[in-house]
Design a protein. Structure first.
Length: 158
């Protein structure tokens, strides 16, 4: 179990390369958000999780593989993972984030990745339109979530 990676997995890296090539910018593994999303796109108010099919109980051929040893343990563990995923998704949605789940088996499907990129682009266009309307009306733009302020570089002291 120790050799199973939590972040920077092959499916996650493939998705990151694809989205970056399409011009999307994101934060990685935002620990300040519920569930620590793999990718966080603040401009599009979207959190993206890349789930492994076996570990999160996907209904594909990889996720349907039953463990031959200690089957009861793995069945309860995967069920608990699914419950936790649903709970964290609800928490993110109540904070105003859109949640996208990309399964390990879907990363190779270019059509699915294109649909994801279109949804993300539309969310960005909608956010820009809302900001323009708010500016025209004289009201400040509404934000579902403000990312915490980050300090960059060294602090300058005299």
């Amino acid at each position: 179990m120790r050799s199973v990676r939590r972040q920077d997995t092959a499916p996650e890296l493939a998705l990151r390369r694809y989205l970056h090539a399409k011009g999307f910018r994101y934060r990685l593994h935002a620990r300040d958000e519920p569930g620590t999303p793999d990718l966080l796109l603040p401009r599009r108010a979207t959190a993206v999780f890349v789930h492994g099919c076996f570990w999160h109980g996907h209904d594909c051929r990889h996720g349907a593989v039953a463990s031959k040893t200690n089957a009861a343990y793995w069945a309860t563990k995967i069920a608990a993972n699914r419950e936790r995923d649903a709970r964290k998704r609800r928490e993110l949605e109540t904070r105003g984030w859109h949640v996208e789940i990309v399964w390990e088996c879907q990363v190779k499907d270019r059509a699915l990745l294109e649909r994801l990129a279109r949804r993300l682009a539309l969310r960005g266009a909608c956010a820009a339109r809302r900001a323009a309307v708010s500016a025209a009306c004289g009201s400040p733009p509404a934000r579902a979530h403000a990312p915490p302020a980050r300090r960059r570089g060294r602090s300058r002291t005299a």
